[in-house]
Design a binder for this molecule. Sequence first.
Ligand code: DC
Length: 224
Amino acid sequence: MSLVPVIAIDGPTASGKGALAERVAEALGWHYLDSGALYRLVALYANWQDCAESDDAGLAALGRGLPARFDGGRVFLQDIDVTGEIRAPGVGDKASRIAVKPALRDALLSRQRNFRLPPGLVADGRDMATVVFPDAALKVFLTAELRVRAGRRHKQLIEKGFSASLDELCREIALRDERDANREVAPLVPAPDATIIDSSEMTLDEVVAMVVEFAVDRRLVDSA
Ligand code: DC
């Protein structure tokens, strides 16, 4: 049994869970796992390797042997910096489509659990609290209204140089929510013991402070 504590942060697309998890990890001095990046990397790698979306075993094999590396906030695939590329809307969409496949999810399971290293791990995704780290010491389900999430994603994409329309993003995010929440394996649902935070009217700083306070209250850290 692993005693390394985990804070699991799940939530829908553009809820801000990635930024939250990264900031909480930084505040506590813990490791950080962006599990969505793994699904995005497999989607990109499948393009590179001409692996068809229908090839479940092929995708699982790519996931198992994924030549990826996370280094100082950058993401590398076969030693190529793909930090920006995996954030492209097409890659995220493909990640959501292939993430419904049980063989791929299974292939990525041990890889995700390997991030659990002392002094602790903050992990964000869709099934961190329900499947990957069901024994997480703290489980947060972060959400926000659809329009707010679309607005945040819009801002991010424009900043990264992608073009985007707010109405189109609303439609795409609603579709992604629907797919992630209704798939048969590891759907996006709050764990029964998760604390639900609606960040529609909160700043990132406020949400970070709240989660760090939960961690201190639960004695996961002395203070932060
Ligand atoms: O969090 P994200 O937007 O980077 O994730 C991209 C896709 O990957 C998301 O639409 C669904 C999938 N995903 C998943 O199924 N399980 C996870 N733990 C993380 C992401």
